[in-house]
Write a protein that binds this ligand. Structure first.
Ligand code: NAP
Length: 244
């Protein structure tokens, strides 16, 4: 979930999954993205391309029914979705509106709970749920504001879901990715200077690459990650470990 275009982290993840032999399903939010995602799905050889706005429980249920009818089960879910109003990613955090706070939480954090509830029953032999987070969940990053609070909630959701779904052999983890230039990232004021800052200070002396984030998702989805649940895995060129 979350392929909007070729720059989307979900697109890199889908490519890595296919490279490793997975059959993938791509979802899109609405008619605006339908054609693009169908084209990308065809290029990838996706088994299904289907609509799914994660704020609509009926769409989540309809997708779960479609997957059940066509494939019988699901092995992994990649939740690569977030949204905040643009003005909340530039003005002071103190000015965050009630509605801006709620929409960021609904799309970026609660949707993981809703999607896990819809799709966990399809993970009949266990499974893996993976979401995408960012350092702004645990540290203050200028302009990340309301999205940082949503990512903090998302990471807590990962832990609570992991605790409950462990008995069903379903693992739940997040990848905390370093900044990558995508459509969503461009909505954060000063994003280019974030990239420069990381590249000048990260142990790797560069930014994380989409392929590195995607391959970490393959690890978490595959049996190689079978012992890992409730974790936040940093794939960020090492930036998060620096104190000064
Ligand atoms: P992206 O390409 O813009 O992907 C975000 C996706 O979320 C889009 O496909 C968007 O669809 C989708 N979405 C938003 N609202 C939705 C809804 N109600 N229902 C279904 N889908 C919805 O940007 P991205 O950077 O790859 O973001 C993917 C994830 O990685 C996000 O959780 C983001 O916070 C996280 N992340 C990104 C970075 C980074 O630097 N890029 C770093 C760390 C974590 P539409 O385009 O149709 O709205």
């Amino acid at each position: 979930m979350g392929v909007a275009n070729r720059w989307s982290l979900a697109w890199s993840i889908a490519q890595s999954f296919v490279r490793e032999g997975a059959r993938v399903i791509l979802t899109y939010q609405g008619d605006r993205q339908k054609e693009t995602v169908e084209e990308l799905g065809a290029e990838l050889g996706a088994a299904l391309v289907a609509p799914c706005d994660v704020t609509q429980d009926e769409e989540l249920q309809a997708l779960a029914r479609a997957i059940s009818a066509r494939f019988g089960e699901l092995d992994a879910l990649v939740h690569s979705i977030a949204f905040a109003n643009r003005e909340d990613l530039s003005r002071p955090f103190l000015e965050t509106s009630r509605s801006g706070y709620l929409i960021a939480q609904e799309v970026s954090a609660y949707s993981l709970v809703a999607a896990a509830r819809a799709f966990a029953p399809l993970m009949k032999n266990g499974g893996s749920v993976i979401t995408l987070s960012y350092l702004g969940a645990v540290r203050v990053v200028p302009n990340y504001n309301v999205m940082g609070v949503a990512k903090a909630a998302l990471e807590a959701c990962v832990r609570y879901l992991a605790a409950e779904l462990g008995a069903a052999k379903i693992r739940v983890n997040a990848i905390s990715a370093g900044p990558v230039k995508t459509a969503s990232a461009r909505g954060i004021q000063g994003f280019s200077s974030m990239l420069d800052h990381v590249a000048s200070r990260a142990p790797f002396q560069r930014n994380a690459e989409p392929g590195e984030i995607a391959d970490a998702a393959v690890f978490l989805a595959s049996d190689l990650g079978r012992g890992v649940t409730g974790n936040i895995l940093f794939v960020d060129a090492g930036y998060q470990l620096m104190g000064m």
